[in-house]
Design a protein around this ligand. Structure first.
Ligand SMILES: Cc1cc2nc3c(=O)[nH]c(=O)nc-3n(C[C@H](O)[C@H](O)[C@H](O)COP(=O)(O)OP(=O)(O)OC[C@H]3O[C@@H](n4cnc5c(N)ncnc54)[C@H](O)[C@@H]3O)c2cc1C
Length: 372
């Protein structure tokens, strides 16, 4: 492979552009928007990076590898993109997702601490252990500055010679037609179109786009301190972060939201969502029960049926690849997924079977238990 056109400069496409351009491949990266636009799934300020994936070894290894690659991007770009504040899982059972994660961490040598519920008082400024069996703490997990990271990926791809093109693209057999009439051709064409992937290639991939709500609360200076970890409550399907960059303490209910077309405007977040987030925070972090709302918003998930990514050649055009299905957990993996796919795009290895096109079973659980 000497040349590639990648349509979509989100976490997946921009990571691939960075990877291939660094390897000396002639890359053209096309997007209809500025990378990190809030209408895309990679927009927004923050994304969790954690290795815990229950019993799934491959995603754990991928997230661990991605941490190294995000650090390389920081070195190249001079930006601070990964905040290694740690991440704490709240385990309600002794035999749940968190317990299944531990043997994988042991096998892969991923640092973790299994803590008594009460130990949370040393991690969080305000905390109640009610209902918890234990805590699983990942000290080297944390938060990625998402929009800045995706912009850095695209910029660094450019620094390695990639051409960044703004335009709306349509597939034309194994080529790419832009809305200004230009036709782009390359040895490999990759459609990494997030929520739009299902609309462009609906006969091959089933991507569901949903509306997800985020809430930010003013917790005061204690919640802006460096050492306060991110958190995930897998069973209660909610996750969040400390106050990062003055945005407020984040609480994001993770149940699959209502359908939202890729081009539809993002609606405001709902009062019901705020009540749910507040209910959780008040119970787990009591001092936040009445914290003022500092902000709220909606963004969109692009969900594959089983929560596994999509990365496979088009059945009729073998040089055309479809890449997406981040399913609410894809961001962190971007650079590691690109590294994994590069040999497959070059024809040197088969792509991972779990990322194949075709029918898939029911939703898996790879972010929280909120997937319906
Ligand atoms: C609220 C929320 C929270 C999340 N939390 C986490 C988390 O904590 N950790 C984590 O790892 N992941 C998380 N995710 C998931 C992660 O953000 C996504 O899986 C990932 O960003 C997907 O990236 P992408 O490149 O596939 O899609 P996108 O970012 O949507 O990129 C697709 C790009 O393709 C472009 N495009 C589409 N069609 C065309 C066209 N025809 N022509 C030109 N350009 C086109 C779009 O403009 C867009 O820029 C979260 C997602 C959301 C929404």
């Amino acid at each position: 492979m000497r040349s590639a056109v990648i349509v979509g400069a989100g976490a997946f496409g921009a990571s691939l552009a960075w990877r291939l351009a660094r390897a000396g491949i002639d890359v053209t990266l096309v997007d209809q928007f500025e990378p990190g636009d809030p209408r895309t799934t990679s927009g927004g300020e923050s994304r969790l990076i954690r290795c815990g994936h229950g019993p799934d070894r491959d995603y754990a290894a991928s997230a661990r590898r991605a941490r190294t690659l995000w650090r390389e991007l920081e070195d190249e770009s001079g930006e601070e993109l990964l905040i290694e504040c740690g991440l704490t899982w709240f385990a309600h059972r002794d035999d749940g997702w968190e317990a299944l994660t531990i043997p994988v961490f042991e096998e892969l040598g991923i640092p973790y601490r299994r803590l008594a519920p009460e130990a949370g008082a040393e991690l969080f400024p305000s905390y109640s252990p009610a209902g918890l069996e234990f805590l699983l703490h990942e000290p080297e997990a944390g938060v990625l500055r998402a929009q800045r990271a995706v912009r850095a990926l695209a910029r660094q791809a450019g620094a390695h010679g990639a051409r960044l093109v703004r335009g709306v693209a349509q597939p034309e057999r194994d080529a790419v037609r832009l809305d200004d009439g230009r036709v782009l051709e390359a040895d490999v064409v990759v459609w990494a179109c997030g929520a739009w992937l299902g609309r462009l290639f609906g006969e091959h991939v089933a991507i569901r786009s949903t509306c997800q709500e985020l809430f930010f609360f003013d917790g005061g200076p204690a919640w802006a301190a460096d050492g306060v970890p991110a958190y995930v409550d897998f069973e209660q399907a909610i996750y969040g972060t400390r106050d990062i960059d003055g945005l407020g303490v984040k609480a994001a209910p993770d149940f699959d939201g209502p359908p939202l077309e890729p081009d539809a405007d993002l609606p405001p977040a709902s009062a019901e969502g705020e009540a749910l987030a507040r209910g959780f925070l008040g119970a787990r972090f009591p001092a936040l029960a009445r914290a003022p709302l500092a902000g709220s918003k909606c963004c969109r998930y692009e969900l594959s049926p089983d929560a596994h990514f999509v990365a496979a050649p088009h059945p009729e055009h073998p040089s055309v690849w479809l890449l997406g299905g981040g399913s609410g957990h894809g961001f962190k993996h971007g650079p590691a997924l690109a590294e994994q796919l590069a040999p497959a795009l070059a024809g040197a290895e088969p792509p991972p079977a779990r990322f194949a096109l075709g029918r898939r079973g029911a939703a898996g659980m790879l972010r929280t238990g909120g997937a319906t």
